[in-house]
Ligand binder design. Structure first.
Ligand code: ADP
Ligand code: MG
Length: 353
């Protein structure tokens, strides 16, 4: 096992820089998710750690060693890709043991390690099957088994669950998390799915256009997003946001651009008239209160009710545990939990306070 340190790493393709000086510290045994929209540089960064991409600037350290110039095979990492890249003409056992065979590990040692990984992954009954005789989830497990048998210092995952259906994805993410709790191997896990990142990781790195927007535990990012990008990216459904001005004074409030008034517990110091964005998550609205939503759509899911509507000219989304007996066109009275309101500077997008 080992820590991974990425210090001011840069990557250019030709004269186009796609990773702009990224620094991330990953402790020994930690499970870190790199999350961000498609094209933000997640795979590139992961491939830089793996040694599959040369780095243009900065340093990457695995354990005590700077690995910038080290070829992938000497980095003691194992990578699991989205398309599992299994050999179709090899059995499950042969697929899992192949990397060890290339390294001239003895047959008895390979058998023992494959057996142990297959036990961990529930693959014992399938060891003599070929990939085409397996379900998607079983193939995914074989791909992980291939990584496990190598007993690497670091696991790297690049969107390993993207090819699975929704139900299997939820099951596999719990399995991978459990696996990590068992093996405690340092893991870097790339996903575009913030729910996957939130549910699996000890620490999340939010990437956007080749820069780090914020690093923190899942709940740190949810509770105190550092800027508008993270606020909008983390949490589902997304945080409601309103552009407008802070009105300080004896009874402070927020005035949206279309003139609606949103409640504030208190205004930040000398913020009267400041252009800002008011954020409140859908699940932090409760029924009853002074804020009227003009209802457009109601979505009951059984466990909760989602209400879409408008406040002034702005769209708003509320999620309630209760069943809501309102209909489109009605006004629904709600109130934001004042301790869970977020304010951001309109120009910089950065959190205020
Ligand atoms: N081999 C390459 N040559 C040129 N540009 C590339 C190459 N690989 C990736 N890119 C660009 O780098 C950026 C990041 O890509 P990538 O790391 O694949 O994003 P993600 O995995 O977050 O979707 C994208 O703009 C992509 O077009
Ligand atoms: Mg990618």
């Amino acid at each position: 096992m080992a820590s991974v340190d990425i210090v001011n790493a840069r990557k250019s393709y030709g004269d186009q820089e796609v990773i702009h000086g990224v620094s991330i510290g990953i402790s020994d045994g930690e499970f870190v998710a790199l999350v961000g929209p498609s094209g933000c540089g997640k795979s590139t960064l992961l491939r830089m750690i793996a040694g599959l991409e040369e780095i243009t600037g900065g340093d990457i350290r695995i354990g005590d060693m700077i690995v910038n110039g080290l070829p992938p095979k000497d980095r003691d990492i194992a990578m699991v890709f989205q398309n599992y890249a299994l050999y179709p003409h090899k059995t499950v056992a042969q697929n899992m043991g192949f990397a060890l065979k290339l390294r001239k590990v003895s047959k008895s040692e390979i058998d023992a390690r494959v057996q142990k990984a297959a036990e961990i992954l529930g693959l014992i009954p399938y060891l003599n099957r070929y990939p085409r005789q397996l379900s998607g989830g079983q193939r995914q497990r074989v791909a992980m088994g291939r990584a496990i048998v190598r007993d690497p210092k670091v696991f790297l995952f690049d969107e390993p669950l993207s090819n699975l259906d929704a139900k299997l994805r939820v099951q596999m993410r719990a399995e991978i998390k459990e696996l990590h709790q068992r093996l405690k191997t340092t893991t870097v896990y790339v996903t575009h799915d913030q729910v996957e990142a939130m549910t699996m990781a000890d620490k999340i790195v939010v990437l956007h256009d080749g820069i780090v927007e914020q690093i923190g535990s899942p709940l740190e990012l949810y509770d105190r997003p550092a800027n508008l990008f993270v606020a909008g990216f983390i949490g589902s459904p997304s945080m409601n946001m309103f552009n407008g001005k802070i009105r300080a004074g004896a009874k402070p409030f927020f005035e949206t651009a279309s003139g609606a008034r949103l409640p504030l517990a208190k205004a930040p110091e000398s913020s009267d008239g400041r252009d800002a964005v008011y954020g409140i998550r859908p699940e932090h609205l409760s029924l009853g209160g002074d804020l009227n939503i003009k209802v457009t759509v109601i979505e009951p899911t059984g466990a909760e009710t989602q209400v879409l509507g408008k406040v002034g000219e702005d769209k708003i989304n509320g999620v309630f545990r209760e069943r809501v007996t309102t209909k489109p066109g009605d006004l629904l009275a709600v109130s934001p939990d004042l301790s869970l309101v977020h304010l951001f500077d309109l120009k910089t997008g950065n959190r205020i306070g």
